[in-house]
Design a protein around this ligand. Structure first.
Ligand code: ADP
Length: 374
């Protein structure tokens, strides 16, 4: 296996669309890096640039120490797995698994050995004589994966490989993939729009927006310290609340005020303490908000909508705000009785608050809620 390194990679398509902008990225040998972001952010283009299916406008692609920027796809020794399985319908599973090897002139005994090995690895032994049409979606995707593995490439490129599977099969296959990958110790670049898939599979995840990486880190780091409001809202489900607020410095201690909330904070020196009021967003995840006794919360509001999701409820609480109401999403346990229109008091967990600059969206360090404040 080999590492993959991208240096200042840029891709402008002929129609002027800039899909990837000056991207620097390194995937270590044996690492699974997930590129995640909304549709159109440039993920597939990155993958296609690595594969050699697109030519960069600028920048370089390294596989291990080798600069492969100008090499055609067949000389890059990478295996791709797509969303559409692209199996050959007239070939058996065994023939599909061995196809890439046959094309590369691997002799029959070696082919047979590798196909048997991969079939055992993926639990496909009983299906080797079947045609793709006689397989379930999950089995087809396993064959597609097996075909890639059989080639023993330098690295794997996976483009939304699970998105054609139904929800249950998708989680099952995801688990299988995680297990398989631990055994293969393979270098993988994995593209998905699904943040949950990214969080569960990635050693690291790179969040993309408009052709740029917004943050690259381990999943829990991205979840716990999102570098900007875009990442904060993309990663984690249900999405983080972002409440417009101001930093108010008058009085005894500085506080954040917005949507009826007043949160005492400590402002580190130099951390934008200058302006008396700054337009900010206060970020808090729905399960970092507690329901508390009336009078002891940060704010009180009315439950507008309740969505049950089995292990809990997601409530939309309307907090009175200047000129209207602001919805705060709050996650509560399933055993708490909930009534629409009920008035509730909410309290935000002080050690789980995030602050972002409303103008740039960037995370603001140095403004921290003081623990005891109500
Ligand atoms: P993603 O995989 O994140 O959905 P893509 O890499 O497919 O995003 O696309 C990134 C941007 O480049 C989008 O705006 C898309 O419309 C554009 N794009 C992709 N392929 C082409 C192409 N062949 N010609 C012009 N624009 C393209």
């Amino acid at each position: 296996m080999a590492s993959i390194r991208l240096e200042q990679l840029r891709k402008a398509y002929p129609d002027g669309t800039v899909a990837v902008r000056e991207l620097d990225l390194e995937i270590a040998d044996g690492e699974l890096l997930v590129l995640v972001g909304p549709s159109g952010c440039g993920k597939s283009t990155v993958l296609r640039l690595v594969a050699g299916l697109e030519t960069p406008s600028r920048g370089r692609v390294f596989l291990g120490e080798a600069d492969v920027t100008r090499r055609p796809p067949q000389e890059r020794d990478l295996a791709m797995v797509f969303q559409s399985y692209a199996l050959y319908p007239h070939m058996s599973v065994a023939e599909n698994l061995g196809f890439g090897l046959r094309m590369r002139g691997v002799a029959r005994p070696e082919r047979t050995r590798r196909v048997a090995e991969v079939a055992a690895l993926l639990g496909l032994e009983a299906l080797l004589e079947r045609r793709p049409a006689q397989l379930s979606g999950g089995q087809r995707q396993r064959v597609a994966l097996g075909r890639a593995i059989a080639r023993e490439p330098q690295a794997f490129l996976l483009d939304e490989p699970l998105s054609n599977l139904d929800a249950r099969l998708r989680t099952e296959t995801r688990t299988e993939l995680a297990r398989l990958r631990r055994r293969l110790r393979a270098t993988m670049l994995y593209v998905t729009h699904d943040q949950e898939e990214a969080m569960t599979l990635g050693d690291r995840i790179a969040v993309m927006r408009d052709g740029r990486v917004q943050q690259i880190a381990r999943p829990l780091e991205v979840y716990g310290r999102p570098s900007n409001a875009f990442v904060a809202q993309l990663v984690g489900s249900p999405a983080m609340n972002l409440i417009p607020c101001r930093l108010v410095q008058s009085g005894a201690s500085p506080r954040l005020e917005g949507a009826g909330l007043r949160i005492d904070v400590a402002v580190a020196s130099g951390a934008r303490a200058g302006a008396p009021t700054s337009e900010l967003w206060l970020g808090v995840r729905p399960h970092d908000v507690d329901l508390v006794a009336s009078g002891s919360g940060d704010a009180e509001g009315r439950i507008d909508v309740v969505e049950a999701f089995g292990s809990g409820h997601l409530m939309h609480v309307e907090l009175p705000d200047e000129g209207g109401a602001r919805v705060l999403r709050v996650e509560v346990a399933a055993d708490r009785p909930i009534e629409v229109n009920e008035r509730v008091a909410v309290r935000l967990r002080r050690d789980r608050l995030h602050v972002f600059d409303a103008a740039t969206g960037e995370r603001v360090e140095g403004i921290r809620a003081t623990p005891g404040s109500v």
